[in-house]
Design a protein around this ligand. Structure first.
Ligand SMILES: NC(=O)c1ccc[n+]([C@@H]2O[C@H](COP(=O)([O-])OP(=O)(O)OC[C@H]3O[C@@H](n4cnc5c(N)ncnc54)[C@H](OP(=O)(O)O)[C@@H]3O)[C@@H](O)[C@H]2O)c1
Length: 308
């Protein structure tokens, strides 16, 4: 750790990726951090890094390149493609321990990983738990898991599989009654600090919304009326089971439906704000505007933009 009250040297995997590019932009904006992008040696990502970000090229089959890349770093942020083999992350964790990196923020950035039933049902729990366990077993670094819920603008723009809206057809499918709320952290004593969040999850959220809240927002920002829309209702459990069957049969295209329908279960798993508390205020996060975010989502739909 540096002597200052903030960490200076931050390495990030996925600096040009969907989530990582936003993190890098925020880090650079603070003007306090030296940001290093850990990037595969044959990837073109290094060519599109923002000014001020250094590239450390690595070969995941050669641990020494990972250790070299992480030498002197205080924090390692991992925003790795979801389909990268889980062993890739474990290699990073071992290298971070060898390089004495104090903090690892592993691939989380989604639903509440402290809910074991949810994590296992959405097939993401095993690799994430193995990562946290390895960090703890090696004992050199601490993990901090950032739980954000789903990304509102992207998810609303994704279609029926996620939040149920098909903008172009003006169709909205409500899961169950459409009123299950979902976050789209417990605060530490003495204010927020990295050391206060060691080996813990940190929960942040922009909005706590049901699908009907989202529908109301879309009506507001688009000037459409309820009668302009075709409304359908489907059972969340049946949607989850149908997606699970497809995914188990090898059809990964149903994965978003599996993930989102499970998180809309009526057991409250999506409302981590009620279960765990959120750290928005402690972290000084700005309040966001639902209608602004909804406009972005509608625009994404208009342009046919999808996640990936
Ligand atoms: N809450 C949400 O709604 C939400 C939305 C999106 C993502 N996420 C989560 O955020 C995390 C990051 O996802 P993302 O979509 O941002 O990732 P991404 O953009 O798909 O990929 C990030 C980076 O992973 C690296 N990568 C790709 N394939 C790899 C491989 N086989 N081995 C090693 N590295 C590889 C690439 O970096 P280089 O080319 O530089 O090596 C790539 O730029 C995931 O945990 C995902 O679940 C959450």
């Amino acid at each position: 750790m540096s002597q200052s009250n903030y960490v200076k040297k931050v390495a990030i995997v996925g600096a040009t990726g969907t989530v990582g590019s936003f993190i890098v932009e925020e880090l650079l904006g603070l003007g306090k951090h030296e940001v290093t992008a850990v990037t595969r040696k044959d990837s073109s990502s290094a060519d599109s890094l923002p000014a001020g970000v250094k590239a450390a090229k690595v070969d995941y089959d050669d641990e020494s390149t990972l250790v070299d890349a992480l030498q002197g770093q205080e924090v390692l942020i991992i925003t790795m493609h979801t389909l990268a083999p889980p062993e890739t992350t474990l290699k990073l964790v071992r290298a971070a321990a060898a390089a004495n990196v104090s903090y690892i923020l592993p691939n989380e950035w989604g639903q509440d990983s402290s809910d074991e039933a949810l994590s296992n049902d959405v097939l993401l729990g095993g690799p994430k738990a193995a990562t946290r366990k390895l960090v703890e077993d090696l004992g050199k670094s601490s993990w901090i898991g950032i739980i954000t819920g789903f990304w509102y603008e992207y998810s609303l723009g994704f279609g029926k599989q996620t939040y149920g809206m098909e903008w172009k057809d003006r169709t909205w499918t409500f899961f169950d009654d459409g009123e299950t709320k979902m976050n789209t952290t417990p605060e530490t004593e003495g204010g927020p600090s990295l050391s206060g969040y060691k080996n813990k999850f940190v929960y942040v959220s922009s909005f706590l919304l049901s699908q009907k809240d989202m529908f109301a927002a879309v009506l507001r920002v688009t000037g459409t009326k309820e009668s302009d829309w075709k409304i359908e209702y489907e059972s969340t459990v049946e949607r989850f089971q149908a997606a699970q069957k497809q995914v188990f049969a090898g059809d990964r295209s149903a994965f978003p439906q599996l993930l989102y329908s499970r998180t809309f279960y009526k057991d409250g798993c999506g409302n981590f704000e009620a279960r765990r508390g959120i750290s928005n205020d402690a972290l000084g996060l700005p309040k966001e505007d639902l209608d602004e975010a909804t406009k972005v989502a509608v625009d994404r739909n208009e342009k046919g933009l999808k996640y990936h």
